[in-house]
Design a protein around this ligand. Structure first.
Ligand code: PGA
Length: 247
């Protein structure tokens, strides 16, 4: 299983240090570490602190598809490489909606970072208005979120899909993010079954995952991990999710 924590615009360099002082102390058996993965996406200003203090993989929540240059407010490949960061989250619904990132721009980022050897965690998900139109509307919406991305993704995965450590797809229905109410297991199961027809990449579910619902969600077929926001902000709560999923 893949357990991924998205801190969003939460935590600072200082609080991330305290977070890992606690999280690093939790005991993960070598069996667990052999079978499961834990990845953290702290905010940009806490990346250095996370790299310095975490004993786990660290990824960026966003970056601009450039090595460096005149892109005010952005971070580029050079900055990430200087921290030895090789993992990036792309396509999150908050960047699509709040920051206005188009599918075309997200695809450009995907291709750029994939080309530069990054592991990409690619987020997709429909708004409530689409979910209310039924399953075929959801499927059409999600399919369109692979425009410009699918080819690059398949290239990374290789013809036999044997490179699952390089790309994951996180299904995060927008109406379940940060609401405290996850999608139903029936909705997650049917959507992941559909996504499995599109790709052999590991499929994560995200949207109000917590230590209580994680076990059931992670037991569903075609669910290979979770992407956790709110419930990952506290180290004990995120640790509990990893244990719920592992047992
Ligand atoms: P949430 O966020 O767990 O707070 O719903 C998940 C996400 O947006 O990645």
């Amino acid at each position: 299983m893949q357990f991924m924590a998205n801190f969003k615009c939460n935590h600072t360099a200082h609080s991330v240090q305290a977070y890992f002082a606690q999280f690093n102390n939790y005991r993960f058996s070598s069996d667990f570490l052999g079978q499961h993965e834990i990845v953290f996406f702290p905010p940009a200003l806490a990346l250095q602190a996370a790299v310095d203090h975490a004993q786990f993989e660290i990824g960026a929540q966003n970056a601009y598809p450039t090595r460096s240059g005149a892109y005010t407010g952005e971070i580029g490949l050079e900055a990430l490489e200087s921290l030895h960061i090789r993992t990036i989250l792309l396509g999150h619904s908050e960047r699509r909606t709040l920051l206005g990132e188009s599918q075309e721009f997200i695809a450009e980022k995907f291709q750029y970072f994939a080309r530069h050897g990054f592991r990409v965690v690619y987020c997709i998900g429909e708004p409530l208005s689409v979910r209310e139109q039924g399953e075929s509307a959801v499927q059409a919406y999600l399919r369109a979120q692979f425009d410009g991305v699918m080819e690059s993704m398949e290239e990374i995965l290789g013809s036999s899909g044997h490179n699952p450590a390089r790309v994951s797809v996180a299904y995060e229905p927008i109406w379940a993010i940060g609401t405290g109410v996850s999608a139903s297991v029936a909705d997650i199961a049917s959507t992941h079954a559909f996504l499995r027809t599109l790709t052999c990449a590991p499929l994560l579910y995200g949207g109000s995952v917590n230590a209580i619902n994680a076990r059931e969600i992670l037991s569903l077929p075609n669910v290979n991990g979770v992407l956790v926001g709110s419930a990952a902000l506290d180290p004990k709560s995120f640790y509990d999710i990893t244990q719920a999923g592992a047992n």
